[in-house]
Design a protein around this ligand. Structure first.
Ligand SMILES: Cc1ncc(COP(=O)(O)O)c(C=O)c1O
Length: 392
């Protein structure tokens, strides 16, 4: 079959790329799977109950409204209002089949082939892939401080084809959290240059403290330039139910709805009911899981504080740690392969999140039980000691 170049040019998903090696993990080193950012526990009992009830309900498998079930949109509105100050209405909310779909539909509504969208490096690989699939040019912003882009850096990359700049906070793969002030600077910049600030807030529930992740919805004209995309996958532990959301102007949502109609017709009903139960009935469960993941982050940071085996932690937050390995002479995907085969540690190579190789690895510490994180220290040290000849 003749396949088209834009899809052929994209890489396969890095998730699962090492599955073929897993049979060869050493018997005395049971797999430490720190690869995909996915909750390793079942959703709240209330969520499970709702899904069981919906499965049995006579209307439980029908199509629903393109923009999502009204009661979920209202529940998300309440949840957002309890977190973010500002002006938000239910008309600003469109439920999607996950945050990936939200991102894809927004990008396709605002940019055409040949347009440009700025991604901060390291980027989330599906963002980059979607741009490539759509024939939209990704323009890469590499922050001088390694993590936090500045408006000046973004300004230097703008052309008359730029349609949007994408920020992820808390970040994937770095876990880095951008400050409300920095995000406000980007919103002002987007307004000044008449582009879209597209913020991926998949991990918003994991921002520590009581403060709002940002105050962009207080800006009088936020709907002209700010779009925020959301997920229920991580904080409600329902990634396989495929439910997320666009928060943006009603005009944008009209366009996104055309795309959604053609792709999924409506978001999955089961996922929406699961998200509704999670938001309205499982608040305490959600808070306790967020606290558990914060505890895992603290343990992970403690494990990495001595740079075991020369593996150096650059940043951590939400689900992820961004770690530099010490083997400058070995391609990072080969380091990942050796970590699996020699130590039973599975992580994602940093090369999945950028074009080059800067010796970085993504560790998804949220995936495993907290006590297993201690095994990491010893295994990383062992790994390096068997390869000391290659260290630089
Ligand atoms: C930054 C980011 N955006 C979107 C997604 C996808 O979220 P969803 O499961 O809601 O599609 C992920 C999942 O890992 C992510 O890390």
């Amino acid at each position: 079959m003749k396949l088209q170049k834009r899809t052929l040019d994209q890489p396969n998903s890095p998730i699962g790329a090492h599955a073929h090696l897993l049979d060869d993990v050493p018997a005395d080193r049971p797999l430490l799977d720190l690869s995909q950012g996915a909750p390793g526990f079942a959703p709240a009992p209330e969520v499970q109950e709702r899904m069981a009830a919906i499965a049995r309900h006579p209307d439980g498998s029908r199509y629903g409204p393109i923009r999502g079930l009204a009661h979920l949109r209202e529940a998300l509105l309440d949840d957002l209002r309890s977190t973010y100050p500002g002006d938000l209405s239910v008309d600003d909310i469109c439920i999607t089949a996950g945050c990936n779909q939200a991102f894809a539909m927004v990008v396709s509504a605002i940019a055409a082939p040949g347009d440009e969208v700025v991604l901060t490096v390291p980027y989330y690989f599906n963002h980059d892939m979607w741009l490539g699939l759509e024939g939209i040019s990704a323009v890469y912003l590499e922050p001088a401080d390694g993590l936090n882009p500045t408006v000046e850096e973004a300004e230097a990359l703008l052309t008359d084809r730029t349609r949007a700049i994408v920020l992820i906070s808390p970040g994937n793969p770095t876990g880095n959290i951008m400050t409300p002030d920095r995000l406000a600077e980007f919103a002002a910049f987007a307004a000044r240059r008449d582009i879209v600030l597209l913020i991926d807030e998949t991990y918003r529930s994991f921002v520590p403290g009581d403060g709002a992740p940002h105050e962009l919805f207080t800006l009088s004209a936020w709907r002209d330039h700010v779009v925020s995309v959301h997920s229920f996958s991580k904080d409600l532990a329902i990634p396989g139910q495929r439910v997320g959301a666009i928060v943006g102007s009603p005009d944008l949502i009209v366009e996104a709805a055309k795309l959604i109609d053609c792709v999924t017709i409506c978001p999955p009903r089961m996922g929406q009911e699961a998200a509704h139960a999670g938001l309205t009935e499982a608040g305490e469960w959600r808070r306790s899981k967020i606290a558990d993941i914060a505890a895992k982050q603290a343990r992970f940071e403690s494990v990495m504080s001595t740079a075991p085996g020369g593996f150096t932690l650059h940043s951590a937050g939400a689900y992820y740690g961004w770690v530099e390995h010490p083997f400058a002479d070995i391609a990072t995907p080969d380091v990942v392969e050796a970590l699996v085969l020699e130590q039973g540690i599975l992580v994602i190579p940093g090369t999945a999140f950028m074009r080059g190789d800067t010796n970085m690895l993504r560790f998804s510490f949220a995936n495993i039980e907290i006590d297993r994180l201690d095994e990491l220290r010893e295994r990383l040290s062992d790994f390096a000691s068997t390869r000391s000849d290659l260290q630089t």
